[in-house]
Design a protein around this ligand. Structure first.
Ligand code: FAD
Length: 309
């Protein structure tokens, strides 16, 4: 718990980035979670996964931008990504995930509007390519703004998806509001270090909240995206799909690139729609630190690689 808290705090401190990024050992461990820094690396990962029957959602790594020029670069990276995906003709099997903090959401003076203005062309390009955008969810202070961007984008791009974090107290209400026809919701536990005034802090409470939200979403007419590596959750999702007579194309399981890849392939081969979240790009530090924080085994793996090199 303490270690995880320290890693999550470090994830938001760019000053520590250089110390972590510069070691060659880090690179080897990062490769497990991030297929590469270039667009070509991302496209190669998409080809490999789709050959295994696994759909993808691509994340151009970046978050917490501090000026508009960086936010514009995020938009342009996504437009280039959607261009690069077009020849693969995968349609909705290759979509994109965006973090609005990479689009300027936290900029003082109108960050919300900047993010909406810059993400809109990405949603337009995705619709033109026959695919969708999912808005990742960041720390709890961004939820209202992100859900407002979702509402705006869905007017013209109804397939735009959102992420709900089960750990937040508010999420059951948000899940009820979003369990409507046409809405795509990725349910996750939540990767940010949140105060107990707004979030469940004990694993057992987060798991119970996840189960309640999952029931709401699976019972509704929307398209639930079960974002978890947890075997108990995956089993429960299949039970609920059977109980509500859901067709295999009316919901999906999502896992992160490099985590339980055998299970991703196994589920896909058994007929479940599976999508891997594929992050790529140079700015992998925050993403990588959150993955370390999630699982002590990942830290052990990282430390072992530092001493054995
Ligand atoms: P955990 O509670 O971490 O693990 C439960 C069990 O799963 C473990 O006991 C183990 O059995 C199994 N497991 C977990 N990891 C591994 C592993 N590495 N190897 C083998 N077994 C493992 N968070 C956000 O806050 N915002 C987002 O927008 C967001 N998007 C996400 C998108 C996707 C597709 C996914 C999968 C996660 C996303 N997350 C996001 C992260 C999420 O909030 C959790 O932090 C993360 O998924 C870990 O929770 P878990 O449900 O996998 O289960």
């Amino acid at each position: 718990m303490l270690l995880s808290k320290a890693l999550l705090a470090a994830a938001r401190r760019p000053a520590l980035r250089a110390a972590v990024v510069r070691t060659p050992a880090t690179r080897a461990v990062v490769d497990r979670f991030v297929p590469g820094e270039s667009l070509d690396d991302a496209v190669a990962a998409v080809r490999a996964l789709s050959a295994q029957g696994v759909a993808v959602t691509l994340d151009h790594l970046g978050e917490d931008v501090t000026d508009r020029a960086q936010a514009v670069r995020s938009r342009d990276a996504y437009l280039a990504l959607l261009d690069a995906l077009a020849p693969l003709a995968l349609g909705p099997a290759a979509e994109v995930s965006v973090k609005l903090s990479a689009f300027g959401q936290a900029l003082p003076d109108g960050g919300h509007d900047v993010a909406l203005e810059l993400v809109r062309p990405v949603a337009e390009a995705a619709t033109a390519a026959g695919t969708t955008v999912t808005l990742d969810m960041e720390d709890h202070r961004t939820v209202d703004s992100t859900l407002a961007v979702l509402t705006d984008l869905r007017k013209e791009h109804p397939g735009t998806g959102a992420v709900l974090q089960a750990m937040l107290h508010r999420t059951e209400e948000d899940a009820k509001a979003l369990a409507v026809a046409g809405s795509r919701v990725r349910l996750v536990k939540g990767a940010y270090d949140e105060p107990d005034t707004v979030a469940y802090r004990r694993k057992k409470d987060v798991d119970a909240a996840y189960a309640r939200c999952l029931e709401l979403l699976m019972a509704g007419p929307g398209y639930p995206m079960v974002g978890s590596h947890d075997p108990a959750i995956i089993t429960r999702a299949h039970e609920l799909a059977a109980q509500h007579s859901r067709a295999a194309d009316s919901w999906e399981v999502q896992m992160l690139y490099g985590i339980r890849p055998d299970e991703q392939r196994r589920l896909a081969a058994a007929g479940t729609t599976v999508r891997a979240y594929v992050p790529y790009g140079a700015d992998w530090y925050g993403y990588f630190m959150r993955r370390l924080a999630e699982r002590p085994a990942n830290v052990t793996f990282f430390l072992r690689s530092l001493v054995t090199r």
